[in-house]
Design a protein around this ligand. Structure first.
Ligand code: FE
Length: 218
């Protein structure tokens, strides 16, 4: 790629704002994606704008939705039971439609800790958690968390008691998991909105615990 091609072409490069070029496609699936996308646009099935709008809409989805759901499960036992029994139906109350995907909620407790992975590729509950973090898609994480989950969790700074059983669950094209992290102690008086702030993306994947409330943090 020459300096003036690409997304930053034409603007002043004299002030050292180096940005890496967007990688040229090399993989088969990348060529297939480009071919399919160009055909859809050529045939007038979709416009380039519509495709871009859809990408942007997905990029805007964030783990906040998941945190809202988990916070409600923490404060409302009846809701939690329903969420564990039929996540698809329950998250619909939050305006989330996952269509053909089967959503499964899993509750972490001091005795049993769930961690989510997709060993095959990068299946992830995007409607609830947004775009997955890069490490989730890495070969390292996908292969290692299955074999040595306790060691991988420690690298995330998550130290579990030796008595806690760790269960790694493998996502698939049609089944996605949402982890309900253990509610931290000392949060009994907090409101749902305050609680939601303790629920991080990683705690809903299971590589972390929910945050401790301020004041309790070391
Ligand atoms: Fe996958």
């Amino acid at each position: 790629m020459t300096e003036n091609s690409g997304p930053h072409g034409g603007h002043d490069h004299s002030h050292n704002d180096f940005q890496p070029d967007i990688k040229e496609p090399t993989e088969n699936w990348e060529f297939l994606e480009i071919a399919l996308r160009e055909l859809l646009v050529d045939k007038g099935v979709l416009s380039a704008r519509e495709i871009q709008d859809e990408i942007e809409a997905w990029e805007k989805k964030s783990p906040e939705k998941g945190a809202e759901i988990v916070a409600k499960a923490w404060v409302d036992e009846e809701f939690k039971v329903r969420l564990l029994e039929d996540a698809n139906q329950t998250i619909r109350e939050f305006g989330i439609e996952v269509e053909v995907l089967k959503m499964v909620a899993l509750e972490n407790t001091p005795e049993l800790h769930h961690v989510v992975v997709c060993t095959l590729c990068s299946c992830y509950p995007r409607p609830i958690l947004g775009v997955p973090p890069l490490w989730y898609k890495s070969k390292q994480y996908r292969s290692r968390v299955i074999r040595e989950p306790r060691a991988v969790l420690q690298e995330f700074g998550t130290k579990l008691s030796d008595d806690t059983e760790i269960r790694v669950v493998d996502s698939t094209a049609d089944c996605r998991y949402l982890v309900i992290p253990t509610r931290p102690v000392g949060t009994e008086k907090m409101t749902e909105t305050e609680l939601a702030k303790l629920i991080t993306r990683d705690s809903m994947i299971g590589t972390a615990q929910a945050r401790d409330p301020i004041g309790k943090r070391s």
